[in-house]
Design a protein around this ligand. Sequence first.
Ligand code: DC
Length: 222
Amino acid sequence: MLRKDLIITIDGPSGAGKSTVAKMLARVLNYTYLDTGAMYRGVAYAFMKEKNPVEIDRFLRNLTIKFELKEETRVYLDGEDISEHIRSPEVSRFASQLSQNTKIREHLRVLQRKAGKSGGVVLEGRDTGSVVFPDAHIKFYLDADLKERARRRYLELVSRGINSEPDNVQEEILKRDRNDSERDIAPLIVPDGAIYIDTTGIDAASVVEKLQEIVRNCLLGG
Ligand code: DC
């Protein structure tokens, strides 16, 4: 590798394989991995913990959340590791709703830009190539058909010990897709200049190989 400072973004709907692939790609490139969805989930979890209705500005001012960028993006609220708690279906649902709030998005966007601006980073989410880093060196958009995305999400929940029904998971994914794509602010779109990859029927290792080849070509080309 000639350059170690690329900014690479991976966007796409839930269950498209972004997290698995982004993590693997960051590892082979020896880059930092940033799961922006974990940030939205962490903030959603914190908001759900509020006992009384709270105004967003005040909530953000008092929020003591930390993100640790390791193999996974780990999330700490008031010093407690909440990285597993944020994966529940309830948090998934609420994160999708809360992420429609402009102030929450602005707040997290600042942190995401700060974490990624020096490069050597793979960011993954819904708007990392369209809004957070529209000038990223390489932008990917991963997709897969609904059934496969639901199957992957179901298996992920099972592996985390979370009980669920395959049909419900598919329904939830559809709802979240709609929320994430139809919102006014930073909706899920294929960013300008993004490379679209349909991962249906392709295993994660093969997808990573494909992305790596594109990264290699980009590095060789300039
Ligand atoms: O990728 P994920 O499923 O962990 O993301 C959880 C929610 O967070 C998702 O439904 C929408 C929101 N999100 C977002 O709005 N923008 C991002 N860049 C990442 C996630």
